[in-house]
Design a protein around this ligand. Structure first.
Ligand code: ACO
Ligand code: ZN
Length: 335
């Protein structure tokens, strides 16, 4: 499945589609034709056809190839409808507010559902922020994946749902999205964890991410490092730090019942060398232009969302002064 052969399709071995009731078998998004994994509750008239066309910029879903081609000519949007908060090489990430861009976010949730086996929200997008990862070229910012995050999480979740389009999986993008979610947590000054339950792929990705993250900290530590240090340096919760240490057999008990860290530096280094050799992208804090949301309760008991720090936020200020995408034209939403 690549741009030179857009009709090629993809279906991972570990996933069974929801057939027989599944009607949308494939989606065409940008140059990719992708096999769907699960059903999504699109309106009936859209679910009847085997291929659903999705605009890679505004995420509008379209029934026929003819209408999709016409939409492509008319659609002036070339990047997601929020603030660009991160740019590194060809990767650009936008923050989209579910309240301000409801239809875009609802369309995104429907798209994501085709690759998520557990139930997700589709319509109640307002309490969430969506972080959209794109690949930038001279045409615009092409959708690659995303994660969502509650504006206010009572359970300290720093990520609700994550998805990389199958056409772009196993290239390190999921890892980068997770890394960004922890970078945001560190900026907020409070550790976070992904919303449970995790899918099988979510679990595999998180375990790989956590292991590498903790290993890096252990290698950097001089003499002594505590669970608290590991949590504040990574943004991971105590529970996730401890679970990762246990899973990798790094936590031992002495004769007094006290836990201590026991690891072989050479093995840790060997693991990190293998990971680094893959050349996956990591979140670079200096490339993030973002300030945390603060939720303020007004005298009327209404919830107001305001930005931490000066106003406008660095992210917004950047958006006004800088081109997030090569095409500066901005058009009103079309759906
Ligand atoms: N098989 C084995 N290991 C895997 C797989 C897989 N199919 N996918 C990811 N991993 C592990 C590997 O260790 C991988 O590193 P490697 O490629 O060096 O071996 C690591 O995770 C990171 O892989 P990435 O390339 O960074 O992740 P990717 O871009 O493929 O995205 C994601 C991972 C988002 C989970 C993707 O598989 C996806 O969108 N799945 C469908 C939706 C989903 O299940 N989302 C998680 C739901 S749980 C939640 O949202 C909180
Ligand atoms: Zn469009």
């Amino acid at each position: 499945m690549n741009k030179s052969n857009p009709s090629a399709s993809y279906r991972p071995h570990h996933h069974q589609s929801d057939a027989p009731e599944q009607k949308i078998h494939q989606i065409r998004i940008g140059d990719y034709l992708i096999d769907t994994w699960y059903n999504a509750p699109y309106p009936e008239e859209y679910s009847k056809r085997p291929i659903l066309y999705i605009c890679e910029y505004c995420l509008k879903y379209i029934k026929s190839e003819y209408t999709a081609n016409r939409h492509k000519l008319k659609c002036m949007v070339k990047y997601p409808p929020g603030d660009e908060i991160y740019r590194d090489g060809i990767v650009s990430i936008f923050e989209v507010d579910g309240r301000k861009n409801k239809i875009y976010c609802q369309n995104l949730c429907l798209l994501a559902k085709m690759f998520l086996d557990h139930k997700t929200l589709y319509y109640d997008v307002e309490p969430f922020l969506f972080y959209i990862m794109t690949e930038v070229d001279s045409e615009g910012c092409h959708f690659v994946g995303y994660f969502s995050k509650e504006k206010r999480s009572l359970l300290d979740y720093n990520l609700s749902c994550i998805m990389t389009l199958p056409s772009h999986q196993r290239k390190g993008y999921g890892n980068l999205l997770v890394d960004i979610s922890y970078l945001l947590s560190r900026k907020e000054g409070k550790p976070g964890s992904p919303e449970k339950p995790l899918s099988d792929l979510g679990m595999l990705s998180y375990r790989a991410y956590w292991k590498t993250c903790i290993f890096r900290q252990l290698l950097q530590a001089k003499d002594f490092i505590s669970i608290q240090d590991l949590s504040s340096k990574t943004g991971m919760t105590f529970d996730d730090v401890i679970a990762t240490l246990q899973l990798n057999h790094l936590l031992r008990k002495d004769e007094h019942g006290q836990y201590f860290l026991d690891f072989d530096e050479a093995l840790i280094k060997h693991h990190l060398d293998r990971v680094d050799a893959k050349g996956y992208p990591y979140a670079q804090p200096e490339k993030l232009t973002w300030a945390p949301f603060l939720i303020a309760k007004t005298a009327l008991g209404m919830l107001n969302v305001v930005r931490d720090g000066s106003s406008p936020t660095t992210a917004t200020a950047q958006k006004e002064n800088e081109l997030p995408a090569p095409n500066k034209k901005k058009s009103p939403r079309r759906k």
